[in-house]
Design a protein around this ligand. Structure first.
Ligand code: C5P
Length: 240
């Protein structure tokens, strides 16, 4: 994978519902951040308008809808997403290999028709889950780290481009997949900031050093009294 500059490795999670607030934030972060994640909140509030807004600022879009349904439904949805030419989107690895393979096929067919090729990621285990949630609540028998590795192997064998995982898991995943496989990590918290509802967290620099290609950062920037300064600090920490 080509080396990216530090600023392009930070993806800001636009977890907002108000279009004007999002526009203000994009304005504040202009020139510092060039990649934004649009998730459920923003997308269900404004649909493709949210995507267009990010593009108005010349920035890239990660559409974080974490698709998880029967294979045909997810593949058809993936084709619609491809038609809109986003830069990155994701499906849940727990949807299984057939669902992910069909997604890959749908994306490849769209690309053959001339649409931009998005990066397609599998979500492993949410960073708000820890071992207790996995075993006691969800009844998943494997250790969290083993479950993440098993799901990542599934994602890779389905031909997807990478995974969304916690930075705690990136060293092991990077060791098994040293190149050509993208690791995107939420659960990133600069030194002093609150963990919020995240349970498996790491600082930006540690996350990059442990093998993450892209960091997804929401509240530490979006809810900061000075989002531009918060973003600049994170970018310069990664640069160091
Ligand atoms: O505010 P915070 O930095 O915790 O935001 C993290 C973002 O990453 C949220 O938008 C959340 O939906 C997303 N995410 C996550 N864990 C995953 C996948 C996505 O926290 N495994």
């Amino acid at each position: 994978m080509p080396k990216k500059d530090s600023a392009s490795r930070v993806i800001v999670a636009l977890d907002l519902t108000d279009l004007n607030s999002a526009r203000e934030l994009l304005q504040k972060l202009k020139g510092v951040i060039g990649f934004y994640k649009i998730g459920f909140e923003f997308f269900t509030a404004h649909g493709w308008k949210a995507v267009e807004l990010v593009r108005e600022f010349g920035s890239k879009v990660f559409l974080d809808l974490k698709l998880h349904d029967i294979p045909t439904t997810v593949a058809k949805t993936a084709a619609v997403i491809c038609d809109h030419e986003v830069d990155m989107f994701n499906v849940h690895a727990l949807g299984g290999i057939e669902m992910m393979k069909k997604t890959r096929q749908a994306v490849d067919e769209c690309t053959k028709k001339g649409k931009k090729k998005p990066m397609v990621l599998g979500v492993t285990i949410l960073t708000s889950h820890n071992q207790d949630v996995l075993s006691k609540e969800l009844g998943i028998a494997r250790l969290l780290s083993e479950e993440v590795m098993a799901l990542t192997r599934l994602v890779k064998s389905a031909g997807l481009d990478g995974v969304v995982c916690s930075p705690e898991e990136t060293p092991a995943l990077r060791k098994e997949f040293p190149s050509g496989f993208t690791l995107v990590t939420p659960g990133v918290r600069p030194g002093e900031s609150s963990r919020d509802d995240q349970r498996r967290v790491m600082t930006p620099l540690c996350a990059i050093e442990s093998g993450s290609d892209y960091l997804v950062i929401g509240r530490p920037i979006v809810q900061s009294p000075d989002p531009r300064k918060a973003a600049e600090l994170i970018v310069s920490e990664i640069n160091s």
